[in-house]
Write a protein that binds this ligand. Structure first.
Ligand SMILES: [Zn+2]
Length: 255
């Protein structure tokens, strides 16, 4: 009998396998990202079902195998995911996709795990602002990965950025202003308040950011900049980010 391994993890992705099984991609605290097999998980009365839902944080018992580990037990811990809240769920899906795209299997990432577990709990908490948490965690993921956006010098001419409106160029990973801003393809709006918010994120003042009252347009702008920056760096579009943008449109249609 192989020894059971206990760990904690967050379900990032899952797919049907064989008759009634599932393969899950889980970001675990101790082992990093792993693929595991959950036998019988698609049966109506599957054991462990609640612990294997998307975005659930669970205590796991795994049976290591020659190929994939098998889930022996999964017990949901932390707040239940509020699946009926579509914007919150879209934010969680973007976070899961982002983490999945960032990680390679089998490399423990304890700092990132703490960050993602905290963000996941805050997103599941109905008194927290899920979109703010997504923006903050996106920024922190870029920080841990070492690809923060450039927020002090124009990404084209290198001149010091001023406290005024400009644009953000994902291809160059930074903000542009003045003459450099006008004729650029693919530039996103980056107003002076957005630049100030991004700089506050860089300074790590999360409690200040959580106290701020963000206007919808400002929130949309900062979110778009961060997700475009990450998509460019990861060299792939985030499907969930498109869905979130659509929900955003429905929730607050632009005139
Ligand atoms: Zn410039």
């Amino acid at each position: 009998m192989p020894e059971l391994v206990s760990d904690e993890g967050i379900v990032l992705r899952r797919r049907a396998f064989a008759e009634a099984d599932r393969i899950l991609v889980i970001f675990t605290r101790d082992q990093g990202k792993v693929s595991v097999l959950a036998r019988g998980a698609r049966r109506a009365k599957a054991r462990n079902a609640a612990g294997l839902d998307l975005l659930t944080r669970s205590e796991l018992l795994l049976v290591p195998g020659r190929g994939m580990a098998v889930v022996a037990q999964a017990r949901a811990v932390g707040l239940p995911w509020p699946g009926a809240d579509i914007v919150r769920t879209a934010c969680g899906a973007v976070l899961a996709e982002l983490v999945d795209a960032t990680l390679e299997e089998g490399h423990p990432e304890p700092e990132l795990y703490r960050l993602v577990a905290t963000a996941r709990e805050r997103m599941a908490d109905l008194s927290c602002d899920a979109r703010l948490e997504l923006a903050l965690s996106s920024f922190q993921i870029a920080a841990i990965g070492g690809y923060l956006p450039e927020l002090h010098r124009c990404a084209i001419c290198g001149e010091e950025l001023q406290d005024r409106d400009g644009g953000f160029l994902p291809a160059l990973g930074g903000m542009v202003q003045g003459g450099c801003w006008n004729a650029q393809l693919g530039v996103l709006p980056c107003s002076a308040p957005s630049l100030r918010i991004l700089r506050t994120m860089a300074a790590g003042d999360l409690s200040l950011l959580r106290r701020l009252r963000w206007s919808e347009p400002l929130r949309d702008e900062v979110e778009s900049i961060l997700l475009a920056h990450l998509e460019h760096h990861l060299d792939r579009p985030l499907k969930a980010a498109r869905i979130l943008a659509e929900f955003r449109e429905v929730a607050s249609p632009k005139a």
